[in-house]
Design a protein around this ligand. Structure first.
Ligand code: SF4
Length: 692
């Protein structure tokens, strides 16, 4: 990586891995990216993690990039190179035929949460204007769908309430629930550690000994799947200790008496039994949170990826609401969104029930507004969530699917079920950078572009819209927005070719919460490279760092009275251990980008399973042994990491790796409100590999 300053150009952009939204410069020499250099962005302040530093451009220039469209040959059955015209003509013809014969309900589209807001907007516009379907979704369905659903129900807005820097600088206490930021959102983890050194008190609620647990005042190492019982127990204790904010409850919320009656059953003793924690720790945690003037709840997939995920989110929101910890610095409820632009994918209307900016299809006048703006009739039926599409594919009700930048064969639960569904489709199109496991089942594969090859914007976890900028061109690929526009035109909708800046102007024109956002403004000295946090309702609006100041988005805050329910599958005699899954520092999700960097693979290249020392001894397994892990749905091989990180009876696996992919084991039990799968709890058996 040797270069001299006069040989290079620097292109300021946003990291494509996690939703922290770190800013850095891509260093370009002779048309190739040779390095990254941290910038002083609003969320990273000159910091980067290993992914931002080392895994942000090898994948862009990888020899494995797709550089020509592929069509499955009817003769050989193999994917074979084709021209763009051949591929796009075929895509348009097949989707038109299916739509005309079976209706828009038979088609679906999944948006890419790694791509830009402008791409996602055009993808959902394509689905609605020419596929005539509301079956459009994004990977929030398999992660933070419950945050969107739960916080919209209780607060009226399903997003992080406070900025990262505000939490790290102003909170006295942080309650970190089901979140391991040092691995999943490392730059946030670094800033939390710095805040702890300055006096921040930390309560960790997590089934594993995550790194930050060592610095926590209290670690509630609860049984996976018991978050609702935990939060209900905290609220009961707050009420009994008089640590609630009566004025806030009276003036800002509704339904408190129902909540109070419901939580009364969650005594510390009962919660301790359900969660397998010490009741004294629960009481101490309630007091630490309740007594703090400023305390923030920060959570991640350990809360959402349960069949009761939405109820878990709403139960946490109850804690903040009864203590009046909303609409103020250092407070609120803060889902750390996963993929770099999964917040944007939700914001841009890649959801079955929402147009852009969470404008509800079911709300009178919304579809009509978009019909007027887009000049065509739009579907009105209730669309399917992505996870509900798979059973419909198996039934034959969904026949055509366009997947933009997602790899459900690797990322969705119960891989056998996913493959069976994809194989049953009449027509599958995948637009991606690589021939992914999912693309191998496609009828047409289209080579799209990465973040480093396009102009646009990402929305980070704190609703901050930031720019990405083109640094290089990879021959043979096509801008994803142009792919969607070409298909729209071929299917009879006259969509003019627009630049990403013009697309953002269109987004602003139809989306009140984005009305003040444009590329020109984001690039202007006024914004100072800080981005704009939505809602940003006009050209002079400064953006909204803290939500719900003075009033909740829905008016009065609403409590959840959901009771604790057990997970859908618990250990039994046949499958005696509980499996939960998560991330490691070096990779992101299905390694779509990170595993193209050899140095990263050398450090962290293979699957493993964490197993408690006692369980390992009982099973005759030693640290480093190869093991067979099986569930009712599948069987994989992995490597045992034996320690006390998980409690006895519980195991943990990273979900990144294709060898020993834990999603052959996980269960597609879905959240009862928003259909997010229960990745975090299933029952497994672990045996030493080669044992009889
Ligand atoms: Fe990228 Fe997230 Fe690391 Fe920042 S913390 S450099 S956004 S992966």
């Amino acid at each position: 990586r040797a270069y001299r300053s006069w040989e290079i150009k620097k292109v300021r952009t946003t990291c494509p891995h996690c939703a922290t939204g770190c800013q850095y410069d891509l260093i370009v020499k002779d048309g190739r990216i040779v390095d990254t250099e941290a910038a002083d962005g609003p969320t990273n302040h000159g910091l980067l993690c290993v992914k931002g530093r080392s895994a942000s451009f090898d994948f862009v220039q990888s020899d494995r990039r797709l550089k020509t469209p592929l069509i499955r040959s009817s003769v050989t059955g193999e994917l074979e190179p084709a021209s763009w015209d051949e591929a796009l003509d075929l895509v348009a013809r097949k989707f038109t035929e299916l739509r005309d014969k079976f209706g828009g309900e038979s088609l679906a589209a999944f948006a890419c949460a790694r791509s830009a807001n402008e791409d996602i907007y055009m993808l959902q516009k394509m689905a609605r204007t020419v596929f005539k379907t509301n079956n459009v979704d994004n990977c929030a369905r398999v992660c933070h769908g419950p945050s969107v659903a739960g916080l919209q129900r209780t607060l009226g807005s399903g997003a992080m309430t406070n900025p990262i820097s505000d939490i790290c600088e102003n909170a006295e206490v942080v309650v970190l629930v089901g979140s391991n930021p040092e691995e999943a959102h490392p730059v946030i983890g670094m800033q939390l550690r710095a805040a702890i050194r300055r006096g921040l008190k930390l309560i960790v609620v997590d089934p594993r000994d995550i790194g930050l647990a060592q610095s926590a005042q209290i670690h509630l190492k609860l049984r996976p799947g018991t978050n609702v019982a935990f939060a209900n127990g905290i609220v009961r204790q707050l009420i009994h200790d008089g640590l609630i904010d009566q004025e806030f409850i009276r003036t800002r919320t509704e339904g408190f008496e129902d909540l109070k009656a419901m939580v009364e059953a969650y005594t510390p003793e009962r919660v301790a039994e359900i969660c397998r924690i010490d009741s004294r720790d629960l009481i101490a945690a309630a007091r630490m949170y309740g007594e703090a003037k400023r305390a923030a709840i920060v959570y991640c997939l350990g809360v959402t990826e349960h069949s009761s995920g939405t109820e878990g989110v709403m139960a946490l929101s109850n804690m903040a609401m009864v203590t009046g910890k909303y609409g103020r610095p250092g407070c609120g409820i803060n889902p750390l969104r996963g993929q770099n632009n999964v917040q944007g994918a939700c914001d841009m209307g890649a959801s079955p029930g929402d147009m852009t900016g969470y404008q509800k299809i079911a709300q009178p006048g919304i579809v009509e507004k978009f019909e007027k703006a887009w000049g065509t009739e739009l579907p009105r039926f209730k669309g399917l969530y992505a996870t509900d599409c798979f059973p419909k594919m198996i039934e034959g009700a969904v026949k055509g699917l366009f997947i933009f930048g997602e790899d459900p064969v690797r990322t969705d639960p119960d891989t056998h079920h996913v493959i069976k569904a994809l194989k049953n489709l009449d027509f599958l199109v995948v637009d991606d950078l690589f021939l992914t496991e999912t693309a191998k089942y496609a009828d047409v594969v289209l080579p799209g572009r990465s973040y480093a090859e396009k102009e646009g914007t990402f929305s980070n976890t704190e609703r901050r819209v930031q720019r990405i900028r083109r640094a290089v061109t990879i021959e043979g690929t096509r801008a994803d927005t142009d792919i969607f526009i070409d298909i729209m035109n071929r299917m009879g909708y006259p969509q003019p070719r627009l630049t990403p800046a013009e697309i953002m102007d269109e987004i602003a024109s139809v989306t009140p919460s984005f009305a003040g956002i444009s590329h020109a403004r984001l690039d202007s000295p006024e914004v100072k490279g800080e981005g704009l946090q939505w809602p940003c309702t006009g050209k002079d609006h400064p953006g909204t760092p803290i939500l719900h100041v003075g009033k909740f988005t829905r008016g009065l805050g609403r409590y959840s009275t959901a009771a604790y329910r057990e997970s859908s599958e618990l250990p039994d005699a046949d499958y005696p251990l509980m499996l939960t899954t998560g991330r490691v520092l070096y990779h992101y999700n299905a390694c779509a980008m990170t595993d193209k960097t050899e140095g990263i693979n050398e450090i962290s290249g293979h699957s493993f399973i964490e197993i408690n020392t006692k369980d390992a001894a009982n099973l005759g397994i030693e640290n480093g042994d190869r093991v067979v892990v099986s569930s009712r749905r599948g069987r994989i091989e992995s490597v045992a990491h034996v320690s006390g990180k998980t409690n006895a009876g519980e195991t943990w696996m990273p979900f990144h790796f294709q060898d020993g992919n834990c999603n052959w084991l996980t269960k597609a039990a879905l959240d009862n409100i928003c259909s997010t799968p229960e990745y975090k709890v299933c029952a497994v058996k672990v045996e030493k590999a080669g044992a009889a």
